[in-house]
Design a protein around this ligand. Structure first.
Ligand code: SAH
Length: 261
């Protein structure tokens, strides 16, 4: 009887190899085989995987090819890593890949990663939430070849006026704009696009408004690997007034601190 190793779905983070978790890095250094997702995360593999590790890029593979490869490698090695960009639970085909493993009785686990949504806001020095501005974040995309489920079209989501991080949509900016306008966002609503967030030497940050962000992205030559953010929090660093966070407000008592004023 074949004994199988364990398959780990590891979030590689947004691109900077230092943004993988300690746990993810440790698993890579122990891996007998690594299947990595396209060109986005190969640096981490090169840096952390052992020299004799079997390494395969999944960009030209079907789901079936990937499953077969992972299962074959798990029959040879104790630790097999499927390395994905950002966090594996976001647009990562995680469940499709994991189901055949469960069916075959192969053990698997997920190690979370820093999503590109977080890395993009970090790059721009922006906050996803602000007191009395928005306390909610929506992670979404616009419809491309993958259809959007009912009730999730961007115009409906944008009606909530929250922070919206839009994945996989930089070539569909016209749809993003149409949806935000349909939801009543003003032409001067601030927008942010970050290309290759966290990639040393390659990151580009474009700030604009609903009226001009598409043109600015075109001028910056951004056509892929970009996060689009529409949020009422953008630019708050320079606002004249800002509501305070209760937690750090001197007049607010909580579990760890008594009010002083
Ligand atoms: N699981 C990934 C998302 C994969 S979908 C995550 O959590 O980030 C691929 C999309 O993610 C891209 O189209 C782009 O919108 C976004 N993306 C991935 N890496 C990025 C990066 N370094 N900078 C900006 N956007 C990125």
């Amino acid at each position: 009887m074949t004994t199988f190793g364990k398959i780990w779905f590891v979030g590689a983070g947004p691109g900077d190899p230092e943004l993988i978790t300690v746990k993810g890095q440790k698993l890579l250094s122990q891996a007998g085989a690594v299947l990595f997702a396209g060109s986005l995360v190969d640096r981490a593999v090169t840096l952390y995987a052992p020299a004799d590790c079997a390494i395969r890029d999944s960009k030209d593979m079907t789901l079936e090819d990937m499953t077969a490869w992972l299962i074959d490698q798990a029959s040879r090695h104790a630790t097999v890593v499927r390395l994905q960009t950002g966090d594996p639970a976001l647009y990562g085909a995680l469940i499709e890949l994991a189901r055949p493993l469960s069916d075959a009785g192969i053990e698997w686990s997920v190690v979370p990663g820093v999503s590109s949504a977080m890395a993009s806001m970090a790059a721009a020095g922006e906050s996803m939430t602000l007191p009395e501005v928005t306390q909610t974040v929506i992670l979404t995309r616009v419809e491309g070849r993958t259809p959007m489920p009912d009730g999730e079209d961007l115009a409906s989501l944008a009606a909530h006026r929250t922070t919206i991080c839009i994945f996989l949509s930089i070539t569909l900016m016209h749809k993003v704009e149409t949806a935000l306008r349909a939801a009543g966002w003003a032409e001067d609503s601030p927008m942010l696009v970050v290309h290759k967030a966290s990639w040393p030497g390659e990151q580009k940050i474009v700030r604009g408004t609903l009226a001009d962000i598409k043109q600015k992205c075109r001028e910056a030559g951004i056509a892929s690997q970009a996060m689009i953010v529409a949020s009422p929090t953008l630019g708050a660093l320079h606002w004249e007034t800002l509501a305070r966070s209760k937690l750090y407000d001197p007049t607010f008592t909580h579990r760890f601190r008594k009010a002083t004023a």
